[in-house]
Design a binder for this molecule. Structure first.
Ligand code: SAM
Length: 303
């Protein structure tokens, strides 16, 4: 059974009153068809993370440090999404090449469009990160899997494949969160659901606990000689509820509550949920001057 996602006992308790354990189970197909069937979710998340961060270095800045580019690397990005990370990393290896792979055609098309016309050659592949059979052995100097690994059905096969396609001396960067990252958002969400006596069987959550910053090194160790963990923190601070509410509603599908259609989750229900979440956010702003969302994130660097 999948372990619950939320690591502080108080939130775990709250979450499990609303989401039964067996519902920590979004499949890669659900993600493709409901989260990444257009780019809205990713666009909003990237905008908000970048606009409201308090860490002076961006996520891409941390990744550029991790990946230690010399300028001519061949890079494979598993679950490349809308190409945001690739676009911003590209100047660091402009004389190399980009291969972006994703199982969601809509976001892959957006990545292709985003990188169109750049001098670095790009190849785009629709497929799942645990089947890289279309790629040659020893073809890449860098491989990345950022904020996507929890969706991949066969992790062992994925890591075996990454090892095969990566050249000796290469770096595989796997970026993921600690399970209690962005706790404050889940706190206001679950509090609102509980206050509404929301029906328990309705809700699912992404299974972030499958491979998190806490348990990932153990899963990677059988496949790579060296696994180093690099962590960084950030805090998003909102002094206006509106951008947070876009982040919550569109960027996270109401913490996944609106990801699975159900007639009980009609617009009235979601509207009330938003009002209750917004009220808590406004209260925090009135009290502290801002609503904080704390991020515990990082990468495994595997060689
Ligand atoms: C949260 S997004 C991260 C996108 C990008 N890596 C970033 O950091 O901005 C997760 C991505 O993984 C993709 N994805 C989900 N399951 C996948 C799989 N089995 N194989 C490849 N990509 C997958 C989704 O379509 C989505 O684009």
């Amino acid at each position: 059974m999948q372990q619950p996602d939320f690591r502080t006992p108080a939130l775990d308790n709250l979450a499990q009153r609303v989401i039964p354990k067996e519902h920590f189970a979004f499949t890669t197909e659900t993600a493709r068809d409901r989260f990444f069937n257009d780019t809205r979710m990713l666009d909003i998340k990237q905008l908000v993370h970048n606009t409201f961060r308090t860490n002076p270095k961006s996520m891409v800045g941390h990744m550029a440090d991790n990946l230690d580019f010399t300028g001519s690397e061949d890079l494979l990005d598993l679950g490349c999404g809308n190409g945001f990370v690739l676009e911003h990393l590209r100047p660091h290896f402009a004389d190399g090449s980009i291969t972006g792979l994703d199982n969601a055609p809509a976001v892959l098309a957006a990545a292709r469009q985003r990188l169109h016309g750049t001098a670095t050659p790009c190849t785009w592949i629709e497929g799942s990160a645990d089947d890289l059979s279309m790629l040659d052995d020893n073809a890449f100097d860098r491989v990345m899997a950022n904020y996507m690994i929890h969706y991949v059905p066969d992790l062992d096969r994925c890591f075996t494949e990454v090892r095969r396609v990566m050249r000796p001396g290469g770096i595989f960067q796997l970026t993921t969160d600690r399970t209690d990252s962005m706790l404050e958002m889940y706190q206001v969400h679950f509090t609102a659901l509980q206050d509404m006596n929301a029906p328990e069987d309705l809700f699912k959550a992404t299974p972030k606990g499958r491979l998190s910053l806490e348990n990932g090194a153990t899963q990677l160790a059988p496949h790579f000689e060296h696994v180093r963990t690099v962590t960084w923190q950030d805090q998003l601070r909102f002094n206006d509820p509106a951008p947070f509410m876009r982040f919550y509603e569109v960027g996270h599908n109401h913490c996944c509550a609106s990801s699975e259609p159900d007639e009980r989750l009609d617009e009235d229900f979601l509207r009330e949920l938003r009002v209750r979440v917004r009220t808590q956010v406004q209260e925090a702003i009135d009290t502290s001057g801002y609503f904080a969302v704390t991020k515990y994130t990082g990468s495994f660097l595997c060689r």
